[in-house]
Design a protein around this ligand. Structure first.
Ligand code: ZN
Length: 480
């Protein structure tokens, strides 16, 4: 059997999280609103209505382009893409064609084993969304709320080599979009949409073979599954001596199968021409600088810095930079703690992340501040409380918003390391269990652990176990 490699390019549409639409003042996000409630003559395509550009949409597109290392174009234009379809009230879509807001760029994907896959971007432009259509029986319903919602279309070169890499690309893209705050990037809400172009070729070859396009995949898992299925199907076709036909396919996630939508049409003639109702976008130096002043340290840069500056394993750095507020939280906690950053990382990854998941919060929303976390770790380090009390204290601090030390004080959580107090309980335990004491004395020395357990139980876990063990041994010996 010939060894094949898969060649994948992804086309994504990203819904920018502006308050209003791209060319009118209608509310952009209609997810919770009834159909056709956020529309006006501009986005519904009434004759004579004129579009006005929303600068916030341009700013978000420019920020994203800069984060993807693209060249920002000082002058770009809007164009009309003409086609007739019920979801397009004007009969054309306003998009960018030959002079988009940015050109080039790439997104690097860290691969297992330290390698990096560079995915080049061949298209990045602004455009308006079309309406949403829904078929019910023989009727078609159209919701124009989505008309005019700002989108960035982002198309990669065929640089991805497996279904896993395609999934990685979407994970990293989603991470970047949220990190920059330009899109909520929720695939289930169609804020991030993906079509995949898939072909195969003998490994080592550089030619590009006929590809199929998979449409309407609305989760990262679905993208991975659909591409894996399609690559296998194409290999079976080629092994059987048939040619791969350039079909358009649809992924049915419930059935786990691909369906042929249509034979791929030749590129339609959209008769693009410059949009006459809008001025070009002039990205002046001053505006560009203002936008880029909001460009943060990027997730992969921060991930690399966490590994060198804090000496964290790749695994920790990856998780801690999965989301921006979590990575900020980590750094603030490390600063407040002043000790080993790995210790802060362990507390964050084991206990704080569980708290976040259970309560569906981001790190920035916690009442348990980074300083409070640092304080709890220091209380455990100093022996003032034991580890399990520390974990419980996390929850209590989050629930009450009180400083950890105050909770320890108020609830009497501090570990008892007072010799006399523990001694009294040890003596009582021995007095209450004469037959165990007799067994111990006749040589069953493993019972010592059981005695320690009894003391801890009576003192609600707050006794210093090392001290309790010493005192018990001493008392058992002395009575021999
Ligand atoms: Zn409108």
């Amino acid at each position: 059997m010939t060894p094949f490699e898969t060649v994948i390019g992804l086309e994504t549409h990203i819904q920018l999280n502006t308050v209003t639409k791209i060319f009118c003042g209608c509310k952009a996000d209609s997810w919770f609103d009834p159909p056709n409630t956020n529309i006006c003559p501009v986005c519904a395509g009434q004759p004579g209505a004129l579009p006005v550009l929303n600068r916030a949409a341009v700013a978000r597109a420019v920020l994203l382009a800069a984060a993807m290392h693209a060249t920002l174009n000082p002058l770009s234009f809007f164009d009309r893409k003409n086609y007739f379809y019920p979801d397009l009230p004007k009969g054309y879509q306003i998009t960018q064609y030959d002079c988009p807001v940015a050109s080039g760029g790439y997104l690097d994907l860290p691969l297992p084993g330290g390698a990096v896959r560079r995915v080049n971007i061949i298209k990045l432009h602004l455009e308006e969304d079309a309406a949403k259509t829904k078929n019910v029986g023989y009727e078609r319903y159209i919701d124009f709320n989505r008309c005019g919602v700002p989108l960035v279309e982002l198309v990669t070169a065929p640089d991805l080599r497996s279904a896993d890499e395609a999934a990685q690309y979407l994970i990293r893209l989603r991470q970047l979009l949220r990190w920059l705050g330009v899109s909520e990037a929720d695939m289930e809400r169609a804020q991030l949409r993906c079509d995949a172009n898939v072909s195969i070729r003998p490994t080592g070859s550089t030619e590009l073979n006929p590809k199929t396009e998979i449409k309407n995949v609305n989760s990262i898992e679905a993208v991975r599954a659909a591409i894996a299925h399609e690559a296998e199907r194409q290999m079976r076709e080629v092994e059987a001596g048939r040619r791969v036909q350039p079909w358009t396919l649809e992924w049915d996630a419930d059935a786990g199968v691909l369906r042929k939508l249509r034979a791929k049409e030749t590129e339609a003639d959209y008769r693009y021409f410059r949009e006459p109702d809008l001025l070009p976008i002039r990205l002046t130096d001053a505006w560009r600088d203002e936008i880029l002043s909001a460009l943060p340290e990027l997730p992969l840069e921060r991930r690399a810095r966490f590994m060198t500056q804090y000496d964290l394993p790749e695994y920790d750095a990856d998780i801690l930079t999965s989301e921006r507020s979590l990575s900020d939280y980590f750094e603030q906690a490390v600063r407040a703690y002043g000790g080993d950053p790995k210790r802060v990382s362990n507390w964050l990854m084991n206990d704080v992340l569980r708290l976040l998941n259970e309560r569906a919060l981001t790190a920035g929303q916690l009442r348990l501040t980074p300083a409070a976390l640092a304080e709890i770790i220091r209380l455990v380090d100093s022996g003032a409380i034991n580890t399990s009390t520390g974990k419980a204290l996390l929850e209590k601090t989050e629930a009450s918003g009180e400083p950890p030390a105050a909770i320890v004080q108020a609830e009497g959580l501090a570990r008892v390391s007072d010799d006399a107090a523990i001694r009294a309980v040890c003596a009582a335990v021995l007095a209450q269990n004469p037959s165990e004491v007799a067994s111990y004395r006749s040589g069953k020395l493993t019972l010592l652990g059981w005695f320690v357990g009894q003391v801890m139980k009576q003192m609600h876990g707050q006794a210093d176990p090392t001290l309790a063990r010493q005192i018990l041994e001493e008392l058992l010996r002395s009575r021999l």
